[in-house]
Design a protein around this ligand. Sequence first.
Ligand code: SF4
Length: 343
Amino acid sequence: MEQFPFVPKRAFFEPDALDYPLGQKIFQTLKELGVPIQNTPSHNRVTGIPGKTPQEQYFEGKNTMVVGIRRSKDFQTCKPSAHYQLPLNTSCSGKCEYCYLNTTLGKKPYLRVYVNIDEILEKTQEYINENVPEITIFEGAATSDPLPTEPFTGNLAKTIEFFAHHKYGRFRFVTKFTNVESLLHIEHNKQTRFRFSLNSDYVISKFEHSTPSLKERIAAAGKVSEAQYPLGFIIGPIIIYEGYKKEYNRLFANLRETLNPKAFPDLAFELITHRYTKKAKNQILEVFPHTELPMDEEKRQYKYGQFGYGKYVYPKESMGELKHFFQEQINKFFPEAEISYFI
Ligand code: SF4
C-alpha cells in the first residue's frame, strides 16, 4: 500500500465529486483506510466538523478532508515568485504555529482536494497560450502544502508531467513533507522547481508540529536532486535564539553533503526572517496559548504594509546581521547558488 503521511479522521464529499474518476478513486482509498465518509450539501459550507473551542476547531479541521470541485474558473495572481497560483488543494496536515494560511483558512482549516484536475490543467493551458512567447510561471503551493494529500490524488505528479511538455510554462511548489517517491520517476523535463521549506532542528521541533524533521527533509531533497529536478529551498521563518548560528550552519553543511553536486549550479534560496501581524499573533495565541514564538512588540520594528496593516519584523541591526550571516553561509557551502531574496 502507498505511503500515507496523512489519514484524515473523517472525510466529506461535495456534490458531484463522485462523478469524476478521481473522486471515485479517493472514495475507494478512504473506504479501504476505514475513514468515515459523509456527503456535504454545499461546496462552500462544510458543517459537521466538531469543536467548541478555537483549539478543538483548529485540530479537528486539520483532521478533516473535503473532496470537491474547483469551480472558480480564474486563477489568482501570485506575485512576485510566479504569475499565477495553480490550485490543486487547500490547507495541509501540518500544524505550524506561524502557518501563512492561518489567517485565510478560517477557524476550521480542513484539507480540501480538487477532483477536476483535467479542467484545472485545461485552464492552465489557456493561461500559457495567452502569454506565448513569454514563459508563464505557476505556483502549486500558494494555498496548501501539496504533498500530504498527494497519495490520495496524484494531482501533483499529473501537473509536473503536464508541464514537462509545455515549452512556455513552468511550475514550482514548496513542501515540508517527504513522501516524494511517487514524483521521482516521472517525466519533469526540468520544467518544475521542487522546493523544500527548511529550518533548524530547534525551530522545527518547537513550532512546526506534525511535519517531518530536518533530517528527513534533507534526505528527501537528496532523492529529488538525484531525480534531477531544479531545486530550491525556503529557509524560514528565520528565528534568532541562542545558538541559532550553529544550527543553521549545520543545516547548510548537511544539505551540501546530501545533495547530488550536479544540483549545485541551479539552486535557489529564499530567505524569510520571522515576522507577524497583530491579527496573526492573536490567532496564534488562540490556538497555541503557550506558544514560545518570539512575538514581543518591544523587541521588534514595525514595518508598514501595502494594504494598511503592518508587520513586526526584527530591528534593522538584527536584520543586517542575519543577512550577512546567511549570505556568508550560502557563499561558503553553495557558491554557485542564487539567493532569490532576503526579507
Ligand atoms: S506545512 Fe506549510 S501549509 Fe502546512 S501548516 Fe506548515 S506552514 Fe502551513
